[in-house]
Design a protein around this ligand. Structure first.
Ligand code: F0G
Length: 358
């Protein structure tokens, strides 16, 4: 037995995934086979540079720390567990990438077949690699995410043989709300503002549900303002109409007709928050800032929350949480496009020391 197995607090270090850890808030029973990869308990990182800039206490909820590198795992553990309970053998989703990576992983764990529809040419390389290596049937469509989701909805309704694991599946939202629980559990307080990127609008819906449930249960005594940010070229909620040809460098939120549109608007209005948009240039600026100044590498869509914070006034001294929804390595192409890759140097001490100036 390794030495540290005798540590008295050893047991408390075991994290069983979000379904077990928050079981009393989950629609599960003894008959639900819990399919987990140990998701959740992601870092809540204090951000000194952002805090100074905004005269506030700013934290980053780094969802890149999940098993497949995005927040999707919180909802997928429950969606796949419930699909298993119902005897489903095949799950299907439309995705801008992260949902497909997560669905593929959890379906493989449950021994199910997973089919994913993704928009050809608009999915980050890391996500495509994940869906393929976990063994999903990947179908690239000649269309965008919104068209893929329409087909998936129809598959769910007409075929009767597949379970849809997009966030129109209510279990996804139930699992994802645990992000709010963790923020309150870790901070020992409720943030005054919650900044979040908005694409299909499931996550803002889920966080708001989580905050309200802790409040109703008497665990917390206030609620944050929900501050959602879409990309300028894909901002249907801000514009108030469907965007037929959404476009943004943040491919994860390249969505023109969000499935949870109404619930996002409710979260905004009930919380006294906003849903606004940020330009691609602002997203990239926040993306570089986060890596260089806060040492947190997220994917472009995730940086929309911080891009939003950078241009929004918050009350001095307030507690702010920005959700960083996915890992930076998901989209290596964007990272490399933002820097210049150095030329090769002779493999000698002299060449290196000269280059370093030491
Ligand atoms: N950030 C990342 C990294 C995402 O992958 C997504 C959505 C969002 C933010 C927006 O979250 O849709 O709940 O408003 N990705 C989905 C997908 C659409 O297919 O992976 P949302």
């Amino acid at each position: 037995m390794p030495q540290d197995a005798k540590r008295p607090d050893r047991e408390r270090m075991v994290w069983r995934g979000v379904v077990e850890e928050y079981r009393s808030f989950m629609p599960v029973s003894d008959r639900t086979p819990v399919v987990t990869l140990g998701e959740g308990r992601t870092p809540l990182i204090y951000a000194p540079e952002l805090s100074r800039l905004k005269s506030a206490e700013v934290y980053l909820k780094y969802e890149g720390g999940n098993p497949t590198g995005s927040f999707k795992d919180r909802g997928m553990t429950l969606a796949i567990s419930k699909a298993a309970e119902e005897g489903s053998q095949t799950v299907v989703c439309a995705s801008t990438g992260n949902t497909s990576a997560s669905a593929a992983a959890y379906a493989a764990k449950a021994g199910m077949t997973c089919a994913v529809l993704i928009p050809q040419g608009y999915i980050a390389l890391g996500k495509l690699a994940q869906a393929l290596i976990y063994g999903a049937k990947v179908m690239q469509i000649k269309g965008n995410f919104d068209q893929a989701l329409d087909i998936v909805r129809e598959l769910g309704e007409r075929s009767g043989k597949v379970t849809v694991v997009n966030s129109i599946n209510p279990f996804r939202i139930e699992g994802q709300k645990t992000g709010a629980f963790e923020i309150i559990d870790t901070l020992g307080a409720v943030p005054d503002y919650h900044f979040i990127p908005v694409g299909n609008a499931g996550n803002i819906t889920a966080y708001w549900k989580g905050y309200k449930e802790y409040f109703k249960a008497g665990i917390s005594s206030s609620l944050p303002k929900m501050m959602g940010f879409q990309a300028d070229g894909a901002a249907p909620i801000v514009l108030g109409h469907i965007v037929d040809h959404p476009d943004t460098i943040a491919t994860a939120i390249r969505i023109g007709n969000p499935a949870s549109w109404d619930n996002a608007v409710k979260a905004r209005d009930e919380s006294g928050g906003i849903i606004s948009s940020v330009e691609d240039s602002e997203i990239l600026e926040a993306y570089r800032f986060l890596a260089a100044r806060e040492s947190v590498f997220c994917e472009p869509a995730s940086a929309a929350s911080v891009a939003g914070l950078l241009k929004t006034e918050v009350k001095s001294g307030s507690i702010v949480v920005c959700v960083l929804t996915g890992h930076g390595l998901k989209d290596p192409d964007v990272a490399i496009s933002q820097i210049s890759v150095p030329e090769a140097i002779e493999a000698t001490y002299d060449a290196i020391s000269e280059e370093l100036g030491v």
